[in-house]
Design a protein around this ligand. Structure first.
Ligand SMILES: Cc1cc2nc3c(=O)[nH]c(=O)nc-3n(C[C@H](O)[C@H](O)[C@H](O)COP(=O)(O)OP(=O)(O)OC[C@H]3O[C@@H](n4cnc5c(N)ncnc54)[C@H](O)[C@@H]3O)c2cc1C
Ligand SMILES: NC(=O)c1ccc[n+]([C@@H]2O[C@H](COP(=O)([O-])OP(=O)(O)OC[C@H]3O[C@@H](n4cnc5c(N)ncnc54)[C@H](OP(=O)(O)O)[C@@H]3O)[C@@H](O)[C@H]2O)c1
Length: 451
């Protein structure tokens, strides 16, 4: 079987197939980067190291002799769908949703207006984002969105240099954030406090920041009881409780502050050469017949000075060449994980993770999601409904991929990168110092530290 993408969903699918079929299955995992683990390496915030320990589970899967890692090989560039059909009984797409959902705001293209995907990729050392340069010389940044990514972005802007210095943040981001002049981060939620997508632990962290006050503007806080009755879950109820406690807090007088403002949507980003301000509309909540509270803009507007805008309004998938794609949802169309082409199922092609169900859910959510797909794949296997590869497998497949991508990085290659990163971090009390350039990673593979 081939798995495209080495994030949580790909690794869970691999682990589930190996534990069910044992020696009856061989898995080749293709990854466009030389490094595995998707958003666990390039998304999870540097100050949340415990979350990254889930990697140990994936390392166990990778140690299985029937598993091979083909890193630095991009589906659609170096290998293609019809070639996978020739080599494998099944292909599972686990490519995630790497780009941002655009808000189509006037002024969105101004310098200083960023997608959270860019900022997150930059501070986490993702090679695609290392040529970006964030000008952090302004005093106020605005983060649009009320999900956990918005929380990560805001928190990263207020952590102290010494707090950042013990993490695996990319070196250039560490340097830039240490010199940052940003003092206030205004977070805009288009709906009310009871509809925020962030979760309780992330909101609680805001109250425990060592050098930032937390302020909650009152609009919407009083609405919450009524709106919460419309099917609110425990997370929302607790969020509102925490927010009310924050709203009542006295200002401590830290150097920085995070301000949460609800019922607010940006309508324009203003500036001549770069972002100078943002115009914000006041919203009201309307509860539709489906009982879902929605934001409706009023005529009220306010313009707030800001030099940086981050859109954290969700991620979006990008099409893979020759693979069905639903432009409306930004996902690979599927039924339970079987890829759909037109009206029918595309034999031998499956999908897992964010590109299957959409960009939501924590790492663990992908386990159940992958299992649903793997179970259908196993049903198809039992019914003789997989692809019928014509090319020999094993060493022949690797030789074919190597021909296409001579600088393929196998799992031992990744382990060389991993150990070099850790050995660089250890003397300075950091979990690792990440390599952020592909060339540097490939050099580490060719010249392991012992040589
Ligand atoms: C900023 C951020 C922070 C997060 N923090 C947390 C957290 O703290 N805790 C938590 O539980 N969850 C967190 N999540 C959610 C979690 O990261 C996701 O649920 C999970 O990573 C989704 O897994 P996935 O395998 O579907 O996609 P991904 O993790 O995105 O993996 C996809 C992989 O496919 C590869 N790929 C893409 N295209 C190709 C191609 N053409 N060829 C080969 N390879 C390809 C990519 O390089 C990537 O490695 C966070 C998400 C984000 C965005
Ligand atoms: N620490 C963690 O565990 C952690 C960290 C990061 C990410 N994650 C997970 O990763 C997933 C993705 O997170 P995410 O933050 O990208 O997505 P998300 O949870 O879906 O949140 C997106 C936010 O953007 C808002 N939004 C969408 N379109 C908008 C628009 N046009 N204008 C203004 N606001 C808009 C949404 O508001 P509406 O609700 O009104 O649509 C919502 O508040 C989530 O499941 C999250 O929990 C987890």
């Amino acid at each position: 079987m081939a798995i495209i993408g080495s994030g949580p969903s790909g690794f869970y699918a691999a682990g589930q197939l190996l534990s069910t079929l044992g020696d009856g299955v061989e898995i080749d995992m293709y990854e466009r980067l030389p490094t595995p683990f998707g958003l666990v390496r390039a998304g999870v915030a540097p100050d949340h190291p415990k979350i990254k320990s889930v990697i140990r589970v994936y390392e166990k899967t990778a140690a299985n002799p029937n598993f091979r890692f083909f890193g630095n090989v991009e589906f659609g560039t170096h290998i293609h769908r019809h070639e996978l059909d020739e080599h494998y009984h099944a292909t599972i797409y686990a490519v995630g949703t790497p780009t941002d959902r655009t808000g189509d705001l006037p002024g969105e293209d101004l310098s200083g207006s960023w997608a959270a995907t860019e900022f997150v990729g930059w501070y986490n050392g993702h090679p695609d984002y290392q040529d970006l340069s964030f000008d952090l010389s302004c005093e106020r940044a605005v983060v649009v969105g009320n999900g956990n990514v918005a929380m990560d972005v805001a928190r990263m802007l207020v952590l102290t240099p010494s707090e950042l210095a013990t993490t695996d943040i990319a070196d250039q981001a560490l340097e830039a954030l240490a010199a940052s002049k940003v003092k206030e981060i205004l977070i805009l939620g288009r709906r009310g406090p009871g509809q925020a997508a962030f979760t309780n632990p992330e909101l609680r962290e805001f109250g425990e920041l060592s050098d930032a006050d937390i302020a909650v503007e009152p609009e919407g806080l009083d609405l919450s009881d009524a709106v919460l009755e419309e099917g609110a879950d425990g997370t929302a109820t607790k969020n509102v409780e925490i927010l009310r406690e924050y709203a009542a807090r006295a200002v401590v007088g830290h150097n920085k502050r995070i301000v949460l403002r609800f019922l607010s949507s940006p309508v324009a980003i203003n500036g001549t050469d770069r972002v100078e301000s943002i115009t914000i509309a006041r919203n009201e909540l309307v509860v539709a017949s489906d009982h879902k509270p929605r934001a409706q803009m009023t005529q009220e507007r306010e313009t707030v000075e800001a030099g940086l805008i981050f859109r954290a309004i969700g991620y979006r998938g990008i099409p893979l060449p020759q693979v069905p794609f639903d432009d409306h949802s930004g996902l690979i169309p599927n039924t339970g994980g079987r890829v759909l082409e037109g009206e029918g199922v595309l034999t031998g092609h499956y999908v897992v993770g964010w590109i299957k169900r959409g960009p939501s859910g924590v790492i663990g959510t992908n386990k159940k999601d992958s299992l649903e797909t793997v179970n259908l794949l196993l049903d198809d296997y039992a019914a003789g409904k997989l692809s019928a590869p014509t090319a020999p497998h094993g060493a022949a497949t690797e030789a074919f991929v190597l021909e296409r991508r001579p600088n393929l990085v196998d799992y031992a290659g990744w382990e060389a990168i991993d150990s070099l990163e850790k050995s660089r971090g250890e003397p300075v009390g950091r979990p690792r110092i990440k390599m952020t350039r592909i060339d540097e990673m490939l050099d580490a593979v060719v010249r392991p530290p012992s040589e």
